[in-house]
Design a protein around this ligand. Structure first.
Ligand SMILES: [Zn+2]
Length: 943
């Protein structure tokens, strides 16, 4: 599928005239490409897909003297290989430049890729716009081109549009505007030539959008605008403020390299496959990821806007200015941009405490995927468009950001940062492989006398060339020396006895450890060639606890000998804040997962959770919630589910009483998030009556008077609870609000809330709507709807049956819609895997997969989903009884000697008698994340 390198492009002139009208959604195109001949050849191959090429207009001329070459034939393999080949009578000469020209027509498709159309309604009128999404390999759908990231060129773009209300923008500013001959009312915008860049970064948009210009003081010398449909203009102020600040004050200063373009446009697109796309100078976003209404958007929506902007703007350097050589190392782009989301957002919003959020958002999440035997190395060979699209996954994004963070930590952040600048300067406007980054970091480390036990390359490639990660087993000596042995082994969620993998997994592990969080941590290295090392002396005495992986900066799990674990547990019960929030989150996540993987007993892990009655902080509760939610899902429908719910009610009630149902003006950002955690359990999973009654009351007040809107932060939770607890009128009201909402964030929240119903008829009706043209469910939202229904305990079977029984219809409906992270059918299938906890469900899933080998056979995420589902069924066999016995022992402890130091309880903990409430908030997020749906809502082609 790769192009030959006999001729390479140096510049393009691309002229596109989109007809944005019903009945004729096409684009007339003309292209001139200057190419340099690198090896004598009489055939020129380039990429094209779904283009109607006008054969008789193809010309190839010597650029120096305009001498034409005779074109013998055009071999059109667009369908099979996405390649066309022009055969010439005489060969091109090495070192000379030629101009290739042709006319073509492309389809202004509705598949959210290439140059495509998007729609929205304004004052009851259907409006259309034309916009591009070229990453990964879809520039070829907009114009014939050399569509590989390392075939960089200068792009001069000319776009036509109807001059009544439309305007056209592209990567560069407009150079001149002129009428189109013989087409009254139509104009050409000629844009300035771009800087040298990859084809996947080309962008253009023709629309009736309006723009808001940022305060020029925020980004001197750079004209910064936010574009949106006219009725959303009032939601652009936040991005207009933080965008230029992140670009000019943060990113530019971080990289120490000026932004090379004179302008930046950021546009909110109604239909968008990814979350946002880092096109150089014209970044496109989902509306939910760029627009913010201070009165109606939630705190999490605000954080999402800030982090995605930070991500995309980091790409302007890391990705656009310097680009990976090929898609196998897309992690260089995406890992780095994901890493930069945190400090970039922190710069404009220090109150978000982004640093507290990294481990529970990125690290713990990707551990779940990378612990599978069917994971993949970060650096992974890909060739076909389908394989390339599958690379936009958690391994490239979240694992990428985690190992970059680890590297920054062992080098020291300032040294790392200067090394990154060195790398960018060395490869400006060029392409790189990962060794180029290691080399620059090595040079910087050498210059600053940083002593490492091996080269940066040798250390880091143990993390990029092999999949997975280690669990470090710490065994202390407890003698006068107070030493320890630390050994490594690959952490697998489930060891497959029939595995054919013979690779010996070892990593260079930067160990850090402490017995005092107010002092600097100590460190040693566990070499990539060793199973274990001796640490001769730990800080403190043998009666102190020791904690490894301080701040969880390293990409590894830790387990301890029983005595140290007891010391930690005693500290948590006595005074948990002595241990940092991040490490409390780490200990919970590590232990609940090593128990799941059978490396320690669930009793040890569950004993640690008892201190949660005193825990009020966001990070530890998030770590606990995710891991405990897994048990909650596995217990669904089983005999002793009530015992589990009772234990969780005991843990959650003090938190619920602490954060309270009602919001307060003095809440800080993470308190808002912690309240969501508490209410998600209290209302959604545990039916704590005070919570459910409050939610029902607020929702019904909204139904009675829709001017009485719900708090943006609680809107989804309250709606979900009341819809699950209610019947058709509650659902219908939520659905109508979803349809009529003009606020993108509210729309998404209500879309998820309406999937909380436990009415099977309604669930089926929604699934039918999902595959009906012009229904109220947009194509871009279809898989969000499906994955949320699949995460609903009742909806899971409904969704599984729907996919099984109507496969062909569903597949036909989604047709060419790919999205990122692979085909839609594979993604729908993947979202069914997490809730499988019985052999019957597993069998149904296995049959579904074997019935559709063409669509599911080669998908990585499908293999991962099957591995999760199989591990779930095994989990129930292995651990269910252990946990039930432990739960029952807790009940007897609780009645005789209450160990829980509760704050005065203001809430009765008796479960509501309402029907089983299901709340999608956090679990559905995690489900969706694990299901790979993240890629649909995540930024930059993800993600
Ligand atoms: Zn990205």
């Amino acid at each position: 599928m790769r192009l030959p390198t006999d001729v390479l492009p140096t510049s393009y002139i691309i002229q596109l005239l989109p007809f944005i009208q019903v009945g004729n959604f096409t684009t007339d195109g003309h292209i001139d490409i200057l190419v340099e001949c690198k090896k004598a050849t009489s055939s020129i191959s380039m990429n094209a897909a779904d283009l109607k090429i006008d054969n008789k207009t193809i010309t190839v001329v010597d650029d120096e003297n305009n001498t034409p070459f005779e074109v013998v034939s055009l071999i059109d393999q667009q369908t099979e290989r996405e390649i066309i080949t022009i055969n010439l009578k005489t060969p091109l000469v090495v070192g000379k430049t030629y101009k290739i020209s042709m006319k073509f027509v492309s389809i202004l498709n509705d598949e959210l890729r290439g140059f495509y159309r998007s729609t929205y309604e304004e004052n009851g009128i259907q409006k259309y716009l034309a916009v591009s999404q070229m990453e990964a390999p879809d520039a070829r759908r907009a114009f014939p081109c050399f569509d590989e990231p390392n075939m960089k060129a200068v792009f001069t773009i000319i776009v036509g549009y109807k001059n009544d209300k439309m305007s056209a923008i592209s990567n560069m500013p407009v150079n001149k505007t002129e009428p189109i001959a013989n087409m009254p009312g139509y104009m050409w915008n000629h844009f300035n030539p771009s800087v040298k860049m990859s084809s996947y970064l080309v962008a253009m948009m023709v629309s009736e959008f309006v723009s808001e210009t940022s305060n020029p003081e925020f980004s001197p010398g750079i004209v910064y605008k936010i574009w949106a449909r006219p009725s959303f203009r009032n939601q652009t102020a936040y991005s207009a403020e933080i965008g230029p600040k992140i670009l000019n004050d943060y990113a530019k200063k971080y990289f120490l390299i000026d932004f090379p373009l004179p302008k930046m446009d950021m546009a909110a697109i109604p239909d968008f496959a990814a979350g946002a796309m880092e096109n150089w100078g014209l970044v496109t976003y989902r509306e939910t990821d760029l627009l913010y209404d201070p009165k109606k958007s939630s705190a999490s929506a605000k954080q999402r806007v800030a982090t995605i902007i930070a991500h995309e703007l980091a790409h302007q350097w890391f990705g656009d200015y310097v680009t990976m050589d090929w898609w196998n190392v897309i992690w260089l782009n995406e890992g780095f941009a994901s890493y930069m989301e945190y400090p970039g957002t922190d710069y404009v919003e220090p109150g978000f405490e982004m640093n507290e959020q990294f481990t529970v958002t990125d690290l713990h999440y990707v551990f779940g995927i990378d612990a599978l035997e069917s994971s993949r190395p970060i650096d992974f060979q890909v060739n076909t468009p389908d394989e390339i699209n599958q690379m936009f996954d958690a391994i490239s994004y979240e694992k990428g950001s985690c190992i970059i963070r680890m590297c920054a930590n062992f080098l020291g952040e300032p040294v790392f940062r200067r090394g990154v600048t060195r790398y960018l300067n060395a490869h400006a406007y060029g392409n790189t492989v990962q060794q180029d980054l290691w080399k620059a970091l090595q040079q910087q480390a050498n210059q600053e006398n940083i002593i490492l036990p091996d080269t940066v390359e040798n250390i880091m490639e143990t993390w990029t060339r092999q999949m997975g990660f280690p669990v470090i087993n710490v065994t202390r000596s407890y003698n006068a020396n107070n030493g320890a042995t630390a050994s490594q082994q690959r952490f697998l969620l489930r060891k497959n006895p029939n595995s054919t993998d013979t690779n010996v997994y070892k990593w260079w592990v930067p160990l850090t450890y402490t017995n005092n969080f107010s002092a600097p941590a100590e460190s040693s290295w566990l070499p990539g060639s060793n199973d274990s090392i001796q640490i001769s002396r730990l800080p403190g005495s043998s009666s102190d606890w020791i904690i490894f992986n301080v701040g969880q900066e390293g990409y590894y799990r830790v387990i301890y000998d029983e005595r140290n674990l007891n010391l930690i547990r005693e500290q948590l019960m006595k005074s948990h804040t002595v241990i940092s929030k991040k490490n409390r989150a780490q200990i919970l996540d590590d232990y609940l997962n090593v128990a799941r993987a059978n490396l320690t007993s669930y009793v040890s892990a569950m004993e640690l959770t008892r201190y949660l009655t005193n825990e009020h902080d966001y990070a530890p509760w998030t770590a606990a919630s995710v891991a405990l939610d897994y048990i909650d899902v596995m217990f669904y429908g089983l005999r002793d589910e009530r015992d589990w719910k009772d234990y969780m009610t005991g843990l959650v009630t003090p938190l619920y009483n602490h954060v309270k149902y009602t919001e307060s003006a003095s809440d800080v950002h993470l308190t808002v998030f912690t309240r969501s955690q508490a209410l998600n359990w209290a209302c959604g999973k545990l039916n704590i009556s005070d919570c459910v009654q409050n939610a029902d009351r607020d929702y019904h007040a909204w139904m009675a008077n829709d001017a009485k809107e719900l708090s943006p932060n609680l809107r989804r939770l309250i709606s979900c609870t009341a819809i699950a607890d209610g019947s058709r009128p509650e659902w219908k009201f939520g659905f109508d609000k979803y349809v009529s909402s003009t606020l993108p964030n509210e729309k998404t929240e209500l879309l998820r809330a309406i999937t909380c119903t436990v009415n099977v008829t309604i669930l089926n009706e929604m699934l039918v709507m999902m595959i009906t043209n012009n229904s109220d469910i947009r194509l871009q939202d279809a898989s969000t709807l499906f994955s949320n229904i699949a995460a609903n305990p009742v909806g899971h079977q409904v969704a599984m049956d729907f996919l099984t029984n109507r496969w062909n219809e569903i597949s036909a409906y989604f047709g060419g819609f790919q999205g990122f992270g692979g085909g839609t059918m594979a993604r729908l299938f993947r979202s069914l895997c997490n809730r499988v906890n019985t052999q019957a469900k597993l069998n149904q899933l296995k049959k579904l997969r074997s019935d559709h080998p063409a669509e599911l056979g080669s998908s990585k995420s499908v293999s991962q989903g099957m591995e999760v589902a199989e591990a779930n069924v095994l989990w129930v066999q292995q651990h269910y009884d252990t946990i039930v016995n432990w739960l029952k022992s807790q009940q007897s402890v609780a009645t005789t000697q209450p160990t829980v130091a509760t704050t005065p309880s203001t809430v009765a903990t008796t479960p509501s008698t309402a029907s089983s409430v299901y709340l999608d908030n956090f679990s559905a997020l995690i489900m969706a994340v694990l299901a790979g749906f993240w890629s649909l809502t995540r930024f930059c082609s993800f993600p």
